[in-house]
Ligand binder design. Structure first.
Ligand code: MD6
Ligand code: FE
Length: 227
């Protein structure tokens, strides 16, 4: 896919790299079409918080050999959709190419978590630490509405900053930033000057909704598969 010269990565923190506009319009459309087909097979469902059973405000699905799930018994990776029992569909090609381009990791991702936000959804500050391969970065790709992404440090009490993530942006969280706390404060309404020209949102998204993919290596390359 190669990086067009005008794409400048922004190092938000050591190891936290933002690539604004990484996917151009046609790539976003292709990824959205790919995702729509996969989500028809692996429908988004509403996960619940461990212990309390409180529902998430986002809905989720996964692609890849392993999917991240959350329910009353905890967080984990598993090879099957929790409601249909079917294996997760394959990771979209464009997402694999982005991993190849940006991760610097010598093995393929195993999981691609799909987070779907309606205009009121959010995601609390969390760490991504359910993976054995903590040497691999997590790569995020965004589609649809923009969002305010908050990021801090390895301790929940560390100071935080925020950055806007727009459709087509990529974000790498690796190295010294692999275990920072981060979350989505809110989904941003469409910019008034873009209302007329806004590209039609991906068909699987609610009006003014957002989709985020996070690609992860779960098992350490060379370890026996867990699934
Ligand atoms: C989101 N992203 O953008 C939520 N995790 O909807 C994440 O939780 C995330 O963007 C790990 C690495 C990058 C991310
Ligand atoms: Fe995360």
């Amino acid at each position: 896919m190669g990086l067009p010269a005008e794409l400048r990565p922004v190092e938000l923190l050591p190891g936290l790299i933002h690539y604004p506009g990484y996917l151009d319009g046609p790539a976003r459309c292709r990824l959205a079409a790919d995702l729509a087909a996969r989500l028809a097979d692996a429908p988004p469902y509403r996960p619940r918080m461990p212990r309390t059973g409180r529902p998430f405000s986002v809905t989720m699905s996964n692609c890849g050999a392993l999917g991240w799930v959350s329910d009353r018994s905890g967080y984990r990776y598993q090879a099957h959709h929790p409601e249909t029992g079917k294996p997760w569909p394959a990771i979209p090609d464009l997402a694999l190419r982005a991993w190849d381009d940006l991760s610097g990791y010598p093995a393929l991702p195993e999981a691609c978590l799909v987070n779907l936000y309606d205009a009121d959804a959010r995601m609390g500050l969390h760490q991504d630490r359910d993976e054995a391969a903590l040497d691999a970065p997590v790569l995020s790709l965004s589609l649809g509405a923009s969002a305010l992404f908050r990021y801090g440090g390895p301790n929940r009490s560390n100071p935080t900053r925020s950055v806007r993530l727009h459709a087509g942006d990529a974000l790498i969280m690796g190295g010294a930033a692999r275990l920072i706390h981060h979350g989505i404060d809110r989904i941003l309404p469409p910019a008034p000057d873009l209302l007329d020209s806004a590209e039609p949102g991906p068909g699987f998204l609610p009006q003014d909704g957002r989709c985020n993919l996070t690609l992860r290596r779960v098992t350490r390359p060379g370890d026996a598969p867990t699934a």
